[in-house]
Design a protein around this ligand. Structure first.
Ligand SMILES: [Zn+2]
Length: 132
């Protein structure tokens, strides 16, 4: 086993009507908690007027929805020796997830939040497709 890849498709913000805005304190906290506070703090993102998010205003091109096309969110679980052993031993899912993150895995939600910060999609979209 080399690895296991998970993918979800989120709606992409329409390029024609995309606008940036300063995210609220609530939006900041929601992203920070969703990402995992200890990992988020390493990104060095401040909660001030440099904290920008994007949204689609809605135009002819996107039928007033603010979205056009899709963006893929990924999560790649690497088949490391440690992980293979955990699978053989039927370890608990939470323990495997913890190990995977320690070994550098970016979760679907984290990948989604990175794409929110890059202005490709919104946190609402990420929550709709990446959280069960
Ligand atoms: Zn549009």
């Amino acid at each position: 086993m080399l690895g296991v890849l998970a993918q979800r498709l989120a709606r992409r913000i329409c390029k024609e009507c995309k606008e940036q805005y300063v995210g609220s304190k609530e939006e900041y906290e929601e992203l920070r908690l969703g990402y995992g506070a200890e990992h988020w703090d390493k990104l060095g993102i401040k909660q001030d007027n440099t904290f920008r998010l994007s949204r689609g205003k809605g135009c002819e091109t996107c039928n007033r929805s603010g979205f056009k096309g899709r963006v893929a969110l990924h999560e790649l679980l690497l088949g490391t020796d440690h992980m293979k052993r955990m699978i053989q031993q039927k370890s608990r899912t939470e323990d495997m997830l913890k190990t995977a993150i320690e070994e550098g895995m970016t979760t679907l939600v984290q990948d989604g939040i990175q794409k929110v910060l890059q202005g490709h999609t919104t946190n609402k979209e990420v929550k709709a497709v990446a959280i069960k």
